[in-house]
Design a protein. Structure first.
Length: 581
């Protein structure tokens, strides 16, 4: 892009952006003649994609800022007005808005609420930061037609995002996603009003404890064994970290009500969008849990729990028999929670007819074997919890299945029906009960996980991410995926690729740019470009089929899986290196 075009776009942005913080950034870059940075900020417009917006905060069309938020919200408002004409006519449309601890989240959330209000849509705005699952819960509780949460989930501190929800409490999917995008792209003028005017006219309503209390009760109502909790909770010590996010208020309350001893990492308890103690506030990342592990060792805790900034992801770690703390993967905790829910329903006579579980296509098939044992149908969906919610919503329409659990490998679990998104708060409560249950059976969670491996086969999972920033990054990723489609690898990790699954051509799923390579052992390797960031992610779901269940088989299976994963990782890196040249 030449300098003249960059300057033209930059000056147009400055004129349109009403938030001086962001327009000033661009003005200063023009004064410095920093055309490299200006090009990165203006070579494209941050796209309102199928899940909303996500990007680095700052001035520019390729950044998250107030102008982008305003345009997105006006487009969403326009779509809602058309989608619910009767409610638009009688003035009963409503929306719920929540936000997390990130920088500018409160500013973006209020701007969103005021635009809804100015368009005649009653806006329920949380009075302070709240978790994403509570936003989903509130939409259903208040019978709103849409909702927005301002969050970039577990991304680094320079990011923020905007996720749009529909009246079922789930993130928007087709056809609404495309319809909203069309409306966003057509926006010429943004309607807004002042906070004072919005409150005085009843178009802006602040909400807090009336939703909080119902949300807490819902999380506790999912549990199976109140008598066990009453007996054992006082003996269970949990160290918890919200990673500077929204979780402390909710996780401390719910676990505290159950009677557990919860010690929150003091350095990470208070909400802080700068995330001063971590590079990435992501419970999937071992460095993010360093302080929590240190405190857990000091406190001689029975378990460690963590939630990401918007508290939809849930991470855990537990001490092994030698006192070493083991961070469980999302697939491992998902398998443990799934099996506990199933066995509890079966033991207590609460398993519905035609029960079904839902997992994303890049989640380990470990759960498939668990489902088979308990007579539960496992269904696949695209990556992202909005797709799990969509499958569940279809259950409600058709009556063919009854939802009992949903999971994805990226630390996302959904136990309840009242929330149509992953929920780290209810997962924490169920995990706490699960700790008590297996303790009552004379086992730790890690010991029981080993028993599951011996029964179902050994599964080991790894993920490899590669960033491709800048204007050329997207083209590099496109080239890599095209190359793997036209010339897929014959082997990975020394095993023959026996099947290639292209989700773009899979008739059972919506089209998505994902390739899966099935190996001889049953191992699955998936390649998936991110829809919100300039990166591609490879997922390795290795499998060693069940043997005789002995300790010897188990140890040999772990070694074999490790070598297989190492070999696959090496081959994937060669593919990445070739594409990057």
């Amino acid at each position: 892009m030449d300098k003249a075009e960059i300057l033209k776009r930059a000056k147009a942005y400055i004129e349109a952006e009403q938030d001086e913080r962001f327009s000033k950034e661009v003005s200063e870059l023009i004064a410095k003649e920093d055309y490299k940075e200006l090009e990165d900020r203006f070579y494209q417009t941050l796209e309102f994609g199928t899940g909303g917006l996500r990007g680095i905060m700052g001035g520019g069309t390729n950044r998250m800022n107030t102008l982008e938020i305003n345009m997105a919200t006006q487009g969403l408002a326009n779509y809602v007005l058309k989608a619910f004409p009767e409610k638009a006519k009688d003035g009963t449309l409503s929306a719920v808005v929540a936000y997390d601890s990130r920088l500018n989240s409160d500013v973006f959330a209020e701007a969103t609420a005021l635009i809804f209000a100015a368009n005649g849509i009653k806006a329920y705005l949380f009075s302070g930061l709240r978790p994403t699952p509570e936003l989903s819960f509130a939409i259903r509780e208040l019978k709103a037609q849409t909702g927005v949460v301002v969050t970039a989930s577990h991304n680094p501190r320079m990011y923020n995002g905007y996720k749009a929800y529909w009246d079922d409490g789930a993130q928007v999917i087709e056809p609404h996603d495309k319809g909203i995008i069309e409306e966003v792209n057509k926006v010429k003028e943004v309607k807004t009003m002042t906070r004072v005017e919005a409150i005085s006219t009843g178009k802006l309503v602040l909400i807090d404890k009336e939703i909080d209390e119902k949300f807490w009760a819902m999380c506790k109502n999912q549990l199976f064994r109140p008598a066990l909790i009453k007996e054992k909770a006082k003996d269970v010590r949990i160290v918890y970290t919200p990673l500077h996010g929204t979780g402390a208020m909710h996780v401390e309350k719910v676990l505290g009500d159950l009677g557990l001893k919860v010690t929150t990492v003091p350095e990470q308890r208070e909400p802080d969008g700068n995330f001063p103690t971590v590079e990435k506030p992501n419970p999937e990342e071992k460095p993010a849990l360093k302080l929590a592990v240190e405190l857990a060792k000091k406190e001689k805790a029975d378990g460690l729990m963590a939630t990401d900034p918007d508290s939809d992801r849930f991470g855990t770690a537990f001490p092994d028999k030698d006192g070493n703390w083991v961070l469980l993967s999302g697939n491992q905790m998902g398998a443990l929670l799934m099996e506990y829910v199933f066995l509890s329903r079966k033991e207590l006579g609460k398993m519905p007819v035609n029960p079904a579980c839902v997992r994303s296509i890049v989640t380990s098939p470990f759960g498939d074997y668990i489902c088979k044992k308990y007579g539960v149908t496992m269904l696949e969906c695209l990556t992202g919890f909005k797709w799990i919610a969509a499958v569940e919503a279809n259950f409600e329409k058709t009556g063919k299945y009854n939802y009992v659990f949903g999971l994805e490998e990226s630390y996302g679990y959904k136990i309840e029906k009242e929330v149509m998104d992953k929920d780290g708060v209810s997962a924490a409560a169920m995990c706490a009960e699960m700790i008590m249950y297996w303790r009552s059976q004379g086992k730790s969670l890690l010991e029981h996980l080993d028993d599951m491996y011996k029964e179902f086969g050994y599964f080991e999972d790894r993920a490899i991410s590669q960033n491709f920033p800048g204007s050329t990054g997207v083209e590099t990723m496109k080239g890599m995926m095209a190359s793997m489609r036209s010339n897929p690898p014959a082997t990975l990790g020394g095993e023959k690729v026996v099947k290639v699954r292209d989700i773009m051509k899979d008739p059972e799923l919506p089209k998505s740019n994902v390739l899966q390579f099935y190996l001889e052992s049953g191992t699955i390797v998936s390649a998936r470009p991110s829809g919100t960031e300039p990166k591609i992610k490879f997922y390795i779901n290795s499998m060693i089929p069940a043997g005789d269940g002995s300790d010897k088989w188990f140890e040999e299976a772990k070694v074999k899986a490790g070598k297989l994963c190492d070999g696959i990782t090496s081959d994937i890196q060669k593919i990445i290196d070739a594409a990057s040249k």
